[in-house]
Design a protein around this ligand. Structure first.
Ligand code: DGY
Length: 521
């Protein structure tokens, strides 16, 4: 059962219509008109010991719950004639097209390698029609894990000429690196638990998880030793690329440090996507300054980077994901009988819970990132502010204030959730993480909202996500004012979100038809 400190189902919101009219789109399927049975959460996982603190006993919404209410989805064979059938088929096709053999590139040309958090999310998409392939995604990701435990942000499995900065920049021209020297939000344990929990191939899942668990644990240990040496309870990112939200307005002030004399470079991203949708040259100069400075530290020595980086930030996205990933790692540890590591994870959770309290800005009614070098909260209203709901660390009162803000944002644009408050002067509807809607963020926010009982607003964001993908397809991100697709096309994690979340019942029906709900292996 959800913790007593949360509002009960539904009641807190009025669900009133947005004040900004939406552009007219084709008839959009919604939860109601598709009459999709909703996926019930697993509230009683019953895996926490009796003596743990109250917030640890709270179970969160299942990862791809569509709503708090109703019964378990009767997915098999029921939704194959849905109006979104073509999206499901296109999503499956998209993952296959982007499959480079054990790993899925995010999008052709623009991102031709394996990206860390993309892959962890994409694994959940593969799972609906090919569980073995889903596990392979995580295995291949962890094949790039460093000895110190770090999982790099990008793994350069095969050469490509369409991306900058590639292996020669991260390494040396004569000795290209196998990966970047920085990381990305640690979604892997969340994804691994999901694969393990929803498996229909128990033996396969047990075997894969036995191999994976120590690697996941090592990666979480890396976060704490490398990125929280001062034991703040929350970890630091040292490069905006580590947040995944590369050009968020939350980094603007901190990214004002003087840049170094850089070797001349050519932006390859601008061959694939309009410059209006990408970070600026000044931002890239700062990204590269950080990269070269980190490389100069004995090729990304974790013992040094934390202390020398001119950019050191407590990022809400990374920390919310890490906090939830810790809960999932704990759940896995209990399932696997690894009781010896539970107290270590509990310590991370306890300290993390305290650490998040420092990130609450009561005046704004939002969580804020914190610049660790100045100690100041960063006054930048971005969609990361809502991700502590996904972590489950917000109190009932904080959740209510977050929702109040979120509703204002949603009322200001036809399609939510914009990555920056649309009423903030820094909002740019087309430019990457400065305004566009990202479906993976919508999913995490929805999941958190359901956990706190805000079903109506979660459903509104779900419906917007369905409308955006119906109208514009599997794009990287979307203009919140027009619903147009932006950035990369046939984008893997957007496809994965359709399969694992937006169209889950249909996708499972098709997936089971393709691979069968049972594999005898
Ligand atoms: C890019 O190149 O845009 C990536 O986000 C860096 O990881």
């Amino acid at each position: 059962m959800a913790g007593e400190d949360f509002p009960s189902s539904g009641g807190a919101l009025d669900g009133s219509a947005p004040t900004t009219p939406k552009p007219v789109l084709e008839a959009v399927p919604t939860l109601q008109n598709l009459k999709i049975s909703r996926v019930q959460s697993l509230d009683n996982l019953n895996t926490t010991p009796k003596d743990c603190t109250y917030w640890r006993e709270k179970s969160l919404r299942r990862l791809f719950s569509l709503s708090k209410s109703n019964g378990v989805s009767k997915s098999e064979g029921v939704f194959e004639d849905s109006v979104r059938l073509h999206i499901v088929e296109e999503s499956i096709e998209c993952l296959r097209r982007n499959d480079y053999g054990g790993y899925t590139i995010p999008a052709h040309n623009l991102y031709p390698f394996q990206w860390n958090w993309d892959s962890a999310i994409v694994a959940a998409g593969w799972a609906v029609f090919d569980e073995a392939r889903a596990w392979a995604e995580l295995e291949t990701l962890f094949s790039g894990q460093w000895e110190d435990g770090m999982v790099p942000s990008i793994i350069f499995h095969k050469p490509s000429t369409t991306y900058f900065p590639g292996p020669e920049i991260w390494g040396l021209p004569g000795s290209p690196s196998k990966s970047t020297g920085i990381t990305q939000p640690p979604v892997a344990a969340i994804s691994a638990r999901f694969l393990f929990e929803q498996t229909v191939h128990g033996k396969l899942a047990e075997k894969k998880m036995a191999d994976l668990f120590p690697k996941l644990l090592a990666s979480h240990r890396w976060w704490y030793k490398a990125r929280d040496p001062e034991k703040k309870g929350v970890v630091a990112i040292l490069h905006p690329w580590e947040s995944g939200m590369d050009n968020s307005p939350a980094w603007d002030a901190a990214m004002k440090f003087p840049t170094d004399n850089l070797p001349p470079y050519e932006r390859k991203d601008l061959h694939h996507v309009s410059a209006s949708m990408r970070p600026t040259k000044d931002t890239y100069d700062h990204y590269l300054t950080l990269l070269y400075r980190f490389k100069a530290e004995n090729f990304y020595d974790w013992k040094k980077l934390y202390w020398v980086s001119p950019f050191r930030m407590t990022d809400l996205c990374t920390n919310s994901i890490l906090f939830r990933a810790n809960q999932d790692l704990r759940w896995l540890a209990m399932k696997l009988g690894k009781d010896d590591v539970v107290s270590e994870i509990d310590e991370w959770l306890d300290r993390g819970f305290e650490g998040f309290k420092q990130l609450w800005d009561d005046n704004a009614g939002l969580y804020q990132c914190q610049d660790q070098l100045t100690g100041k909260l960063v006054d930048a209203p971005t969609s990361a502010a809502f991700l502590p709901l996904f972590a489950g660390v917000a109190s009932k009162e904080q959740a209510a204030k977050l929702v109040e803000n979120l509703k204002q944002w949603l009322d200001s644009v036809p399609f939510g959730v914009p990555s920056t408050d649309p009423n903030d002067p820094r909002f740019e509807p087309l430019r990457y993480w400065r305004g566009p809607v990202w479906i993976i963020i919508n999913w995490m926010i929805c999941n958190g909202l359901l956990h706190y009982g805000y079903d109506d607003i979660a459903e509104r964001i779900y419906d917007d996500s369905v409308a955006l993908t119906s109208n514009a397809g599997l794009r990287e991100y979307f203009d919140p004012k027009t619903g147009d697709g932006c950035g990369g096309e046939l984008f893997s994690w957007t496809a994965a979100m359709c399969l694992a979340w937006l169209d889950r019942p249909s996708a499972l029906a098709i997936g089971h038809r393709m691979s069968g709900p049972k594999i005898l292996s």
